[in-house]
Design a protein around this ligand. Structure first.
Ligand SMILES: [Zn+2]
Length: 226
């Protein structure tokens, strides 16, 4: 695969980086109709369980220009992304939206704002006096076997926000939230789930982004010494 044979150049560019992700040029194809396509286009493994829905929202950002476009740039792209992601999420969690979710132009800013807000949290760059965040609601159900199930409530985009916040809430409770990260290479910023034992990962793929940044640093050091 190209990602494995990739060798970062001295002046790695965004497009080189994007190409190294070895994705079909038409990245908005959803082959099976059901996938975390935003995440999988970067050859990143989805986070476990329902948290992968949050990761997939984070990975809808545009990286490398036309190679990996912003999947929330317009309603058509956003709708296709959401349909596929929710189908996958329903498969993973055993519960899906109670009705068809149809996005409108007015919904896109809400989704993009939530995406930016979550990225800010993961990247520790929350503004000093942030506006109130989006709110969602969950319904708690006692199951036959005595468990408590939290189900998103609301309609349309409100339900989507509830589902995303619900997954964040769960992840914070079971302490998996700290493993959801964005790649430290500033031109990449792909969201990945750190499966390392000590949760020390900083690159979505050390061979691509880790090597590129290390090479850049060592060349800068050599230039200083010259
Ligand atoms: Zn990366």
């Amino acid at each position: 695969m190209a990602a494995r044979s990739y060798r970062p150049a001295l002046d790695i560019t965004v497009s080189r980086l994007a190409m190294s992700h070895n994705v079909k040029r038409n990245t908005t194809v959803y082959p099976s109709g059901m996938s975390y396509a935003a995440t999988e286009r970067f050859e990143v493994e989805p986070a476990p369980g329902g948290l992968a829905l949050v990761q997939d929202l984070l990975n809808t950002i545009g990286v490398g220009g036309p190679v990996h476009p912003d999947l929330l740039a317009d309603v058509d792209h956003a709708q296709r992304w959401l349909d596929a992601a929710l189908e996958q999420w329903a498969e993973a969690t055993g519960s899906g939206p109670p009705h068809e979710i149809v996005l409108t132009d007015r919904d896109l800013p809400r989704l993009r704002t939530l995406r930016d807000r979550l990225r800010g949290i993961l990247e520790h760059r929350t503004p000093p006096d942030p506006p109130p965040g989006p709110a969602g609601s969950l319904r708690l159900d006692l199951t036959a076997d005595g468990r408590i199930e939290a189900r998103p409530e609301g309609t349309g985009i409100g339900w989507v926000v509830s589902a995303l916040l619900g997954e964040m809430y769960e992840a914070r409770r079971d302490d998996t939230w700290r493993r959801l990260k964005t790649c430290r290479y500033e031109k990449c910023a792909v969201a990945f789930f750190d499966r390392s034992r000590n949760n020390s990962g900083v690159w979505h793929d050390v061979r691509i982004c880790g090597n590129a940044v290390n090479l850049r640093a060592s060349r800068a050091r050599r230039r200083q010494q010259a």
